[in-house]
Ligand binder design. Structure first.
Ligand code: PLP
Length: 397
């Protein structure tokens, strides 16, 4: 029996593994099956009525997915989880599960581009309106709540400018108005932050990022302490909208999770060196990294996180042209969207991951066209620094 008080690195390797493996394989088999054979009609009916444990169809349940879900629940200190085909499948399903026509939700002004599009363009088509406010000022959240507000949604740290949002204060407000809180924990991972321990209702992830860790599979996951809610999310939303994770991807996620702790330690150690290097570089205007004492959210990050993660955003002197030259000149770092991979990735959010933001509103939403986002990989820090230094010197700033 697996102990709940095992450490994070132990749980990321063993969490959720309780059933005996009939063939004694060290690694879980991948159940690449769409359907399952019933003994007879009574067997089918008992399983369908939840009177007997069993499997029906992989869109509803699959042993490989179930192991990944249990492991994520253990790591996030939740009770249960639902795996999805992508982070956006998880986010949109969770939002739909709480919202009906006439309701509204309040989101932090800076969100990942597709989350912005879902909340600001898609949900309003179903008469679910979205208000954007600055969650780093919790009183503005409280002021925006009205009788139709059902959900507060944010990322902390936020993508791409790393805003740190005070979960304790937001939870207090949400409880006073009986509003649900959904937190996207993609940047921090459960290694650095456990939003459920602050009593948020649901944690969502793009598992495509650090959880997978190797840039080779898409996935999403939602975790909660509320087992009744997770059953509803799984069978009424994931299963019916159909955004199910492939069993092969669940196996890749389980494989990625085994090294989540060591990877996050290396990502963060590298990020700290690189943030300091950038901060002291004459061609850099400003560095946004929660680990830097100069960063606005630093003290709060120290309190509510166990580490600062490995995403750094910054502005280069010389604006958009210098920023373009920099990202075009790097050799070791790759110009690509996504994050959380072993490789260092660099991009321009306003032109790439956040291209869905209205250009005239970039500043209002805490973005600029020239902002550079760096997902620090786990290569040797000195090589990443050398690469950035050369590219900065070529950027003409
Ligand atoms: N949330 C955050 C913070 C992200 O950065 C991303 C993708 O970059 C997503 C959600 C969406 O995840 P996916 O691409 O797996 O759908």
């Amino acid at each position: 029996m697996l102990r709940k008080d095992y450490g994070f690195d132990t749980l990321s390797i063993h969490g959720g593994t309780e059933e005996n493996n009939p063939k004694n394989a060290l690694n879980p088999p991948i159940f690449m099956t769409s359907t399952y054979i019933f003994d007879d009609v009574k067997d089918a009916q008992d399983i369908m009525n939840f009177e007997k444990q069993g499997y029906i169809y992989t869109r509803g349940n699959n042993p490989t997915l179930q192991l990944f879900e249990k492991r994520m629940a253990a790591l996030e200190e939740g009770e249960e989880a639902v795996a999805f085909a992508s982070g956006m499948a998880a986010i949109s399903s969770v939002l739909f599960s709480f919202l009906s026509p006439g309701d509204n939700l309040i989101v932090h002004k800076t969100l990942y581009g597709s989350s912005f599009t879902v909340t600001h363009k898609l949900l309003p088509q179903y008469h679910i309106n979205c208000k954007s406010v600055d969650f780093t000022q919790p009183e503005t959240v409280e002021a925006a709540i009205d009788k139709n507000t059902k959900v507060l949604y944010f990322e902390t740290p936020s993508n791409p400018n790393l805003a740190i949002i005070d979960m304790e204060r937001i939870v207090k407000i949400a409880m006073a108005y009986d509003v649900k809180i959904i937190v996207d924990n993609t940047f921090a991972t459960p290694y650095f932050q456990k939003p459920l321990s602050f009593d948020v209702d649901v944690v969502v992830h793009s598992a495509t990022k650090y959880i997978c860790g190797h840039g080779d599979a898409l996935g999403g996951v939602a975790v909660s302490k509320d087992t009744e809610y997770i059953q509803k999310l799984k069978f009424d939303y994931m299963c019916e909208f159909g955004g199910v994770m492939s069993p092969f991807n669940a196996w890749l996620m389980l494989r990625g999770l085994k090294t989540l702790g060591p990877r996050m330690r290396q990502h963060e150690a590298n990020a700290m060196c690189i943030a300091k290097f950038l901060e002291s570089h004459p061609k850099i205007e400003v560095v946004m990294y929660p680990g830097l004492a100069s960063f606005t959210g630093h003290e709060l990050a120290r309190r509510q996180m166990d580490g600062f993660g490995a995403i750094i955003s910054f502005e280069v002197k010389g604006g958009i042209e210098a920023a373009k030259k920099l990202v075009n000149s790097v050799q070791l770092a790759k110009l690509a969207v996504s994050l959380g991979d072993c490789e260092t990735l660099i991009e321009l959010p306003a032109a790439m991951t956040h291209a869905g933001y209205p250009k005239e509103k970039l500043h209002e939403f805490g973005l600029t066209e020239s902002m550079v986002r760096l997902s620090v990989g786990i290569e040797n820090a000195k090589d990443i620094i050398e690469d950035l230094d050369k590219a900065l010197n070529a950027s003409g700033a």
